[in-house]
Design a protein around this ligand. Structure first.
Ligand code: PRP
Ligand code: URA
Length: 219
């Protein structure tokens, strides 16, 4: 059974946009646009419990009760593929600062290699949304969240588009306090290749291929 911290979207628009992303014939411009759109939808679900403070607003007719965000929220895309998730979410949270973290996955070992981190020692934030479309072994997400916890971020949520069960399990074990929001939970990871023509190890099946390459046209 899935942990109650794992939320897989059942929204019809997410399913329809995921289909476009999975399709190997989808070209980069449409892929990028769809990553942005689906990210907004996943963020919509991931922000449904944000705290509000009551305000008062004056309409042209009367005074009305209003609401303002009570939490300071930061967006933390994991370079490079997480970049494509920023725009769609920033449109809904325009005040949220964007802190970039660079982590790539070593192709041989599949271990995460952190290479960029400009987080201040104590960011003045209540909640960080970590953005990365693919949760495969979980190594990159765990490394990024380790960095955020080192600077004492009180609450962290991970937002991804597709995950493998192996990655979800690893992330829950490493960071059981982090909520995970996904567009889809897929079947498995590819094993080490046995013969030429086999796909490389550690790709999500059915997945969508390499999210960074497909967004940026670098395949
Ligand atoms: C991809 C993806 C994740 C990571 C997932 O990035 O965007 O960051 O792999 O794999 P993991 O869960 O096994 O760590 P990649 O390393 O390909 O770098 P890129 O975004 O720069 O293409
Ligand atoms: N990174 C990707 O971009 N795709 C995968 O399937 C796994 C890791």
């Amino acid at each position: 059974m899935l942990s109650s911290r794992v939320h897989v979207s059942a929204h019809p628009l997410v399913s329809q946009k995921l289909t476009l992303l999975r399709d190997q014939a989808t070209p980069s411009p449409l892929f990028r646009r769809t990553v942005s759109e689906i990210s907004s939808l996943i963020a919509f679900e991931a922000t449904s419990d944000l705290a509000l403070t009551e305000t008062v607003v004056v309409t042209p007719l009367a005074q009305a009760r209003g609401a303002a965000m009570a939490e300071r929220i930061g967006l933390v895309p994991i370079l490079r593929a997480g970049l494509g998730m920023v725009d769609g979410i920033s449109q809904m949270l325009p005040e949220a600062p964007v802190w970039h973290i660079g982590v790539f996955r070593d192709h041989e070992t599949l271990r995460p290699v952190p290479y960029y981190n400009k987080l201040p020692a104590r960011p003045r934030l209540d909640l960080c949304l970590v953005l990365d479309p693919m949760l495969a072994t979980g190594g990159s997400a765990i490394a990024a969240i380790d960095m955020l916890k080192e600077c004492a971020i009180p609450r962290i949520k991970y937002l991804g588009i597709i995950a493998a069960p192996e990655g979800v399990q690893a992330l829950i074990e490493a960071h059981p306090d982090v909520d995970i929001y996904l567009g889809a939970l897929d079947d498995h990871l590819t094993p080490a290749p046995q013969k030429s023509g086999d796909p490389p190890e550690g790709y999500i099946v059915p997945g969508l291929g390499d999210a960074g390459d497909r967004q940026f046209g670098t395949a």
